[in-house]
Design a protein around this ligand. Structure first.
Ligand SMILES: [Zn+2]
Length: 329
């Protein structure tokens, strides 16, 4: 796949943009393996709410998993994972039964998300689980039709739940194969976020070389090209798929954020809704320390750049890209 510039993504008068995106939101509570939103304002979502209250310019995209099934983030089935063939066909750790965390079964969770100010929800996989060694990487070798069926089910669950959401997607564990991109566009999704790179030095032409889609521009949104039906460069106006990179997280230095802004890019900040659980500690889990860091970072950026910084969401940028492409044609 290749990437082509989205013209007109930044509004006039703005020098750069900031967005904040949080993965793995689902209705599990501290009685489960992860507190991932199920305790509403008393849990991890309370951290998000406090950040929104302290930073009136801030806007958030929550990537919500429609029917979360992953219980562990590290393997626990030793012997079976060494059996040829079988090892690819079994879950390497116990998974939660289908439907246990289906969001339509948690009306209070849905009502809470729907009421969060300046917040949009988007789709984060279907179950967030896969057989074999890459346990959280839900999209691997599925066909386009199989991907399409999973996307349809995901959106049906959101619709049934009454969860307001935008047409955006983040693949669990970053992996976003071409069949998934094709299915996303076919299903009418407007954007996907995949490439994460926290190490490549910031330059205007930097390309992502980390997890997910490699080679994607690291500082700005781009059209995903080279997927079926994308010929002749006319796809943008028909409703193309916009890709967003992730270029910043809890472990990144303030200087990296400033460099992205100085280069006129999109500062795309990622967090995961829980810090610890399932046998793993997430470096970008949204705990008190990460919230304090973001508090300080955003206050500094607001002081330095003021009105010239566009605080936005992925759906809003994608809408600008789509609008500019249609206008051009
Ligand atoms: Zn995830």
């Amino acid at each position: 796949m290749t990437f082509r510039e989205c013209h007109g993504w930044l509004p006039a008068g703005k020098r750069a943009a900031v967005c904040f995106n949080i993965d793995d939101v689902h209705p599990a509570t501290s009685r489960d393996e992860f507190e991932a939103g199920g305790e509403l304002g008393n849990g991890a979502l309370g951290n998000v709410e406090r950040l929104l209250a302290r930073h009136p310019q801030l806007r958030v995209t929550l990537f919500v998993t429609p029917d979360w099934r992953l219980r562990r983030l590290v393997p626990s089935r030793g012997f079976l994972t060494r059996m040829p063939v079988l090892r690819e066909r079994i879950h390497w750790a116990p998974v939660t039964p289908r439907g246990r965390f289906r969001v339509d079964r948690f009306p209070e969770f849905v009502a809470y998300l729907n009421a969060m100010p300046r917040t949009e929800c988007a789709v984060h996989g279907l179950h967030h689980a896969h057989q074999g060694p890459r346990m959280a990487m839900e999209f691997q070798r599925q066909t386009r039709d199989e991907c399409g069926a999973m996307l349809q089910l995901a959106r049906e669950i959101f619709r049934k739940a009454g969860l307001r959401h935008v047409r955006g997607f983040a693949a669990p564990a970053w992996n976003t194969p071409p069949a998934l991109c094709e299915a996303l566009r076919e299903a009418g999704f407007h954007f996907v976020t995949s490439a994460r790179d926290l190490d490549t030095p910031i330059r205007i032409d930097a390309r992502a070389a980390g997890a997910g889609l490699r080679g994607a521009p690291l500082l700005r949104p781009t059209w995903v090209r080279g997927i079926v039906g994308d010929e002749a460069g006319a796809a943008d106006a028909r409703g193309g798929l916009v890709h967003f990179p992730t270029n910043f997280q809890a472990t990144s230095a303030v200087d990296r954020a400033r460099a992205i802004i100085e280069d006129g890019g999109l500062l795309s900040i990622k967090a995961h809704i829980f810090k610890c659980g399932g046998g793993l500690t997430m470096l970008d889990g949204l705990d008190a320390d990460y919230c304090d860091y973001l508090d300080e970072l955003w206050s500094q950026l607001a002081r330095s750049y003021g009105e010239s910084l566009w605080w936005t969401t992925l759906a809003e940028i994608a809408a600008r890209c789509q609008g500019a492409a249609q206008w051009k044609c």
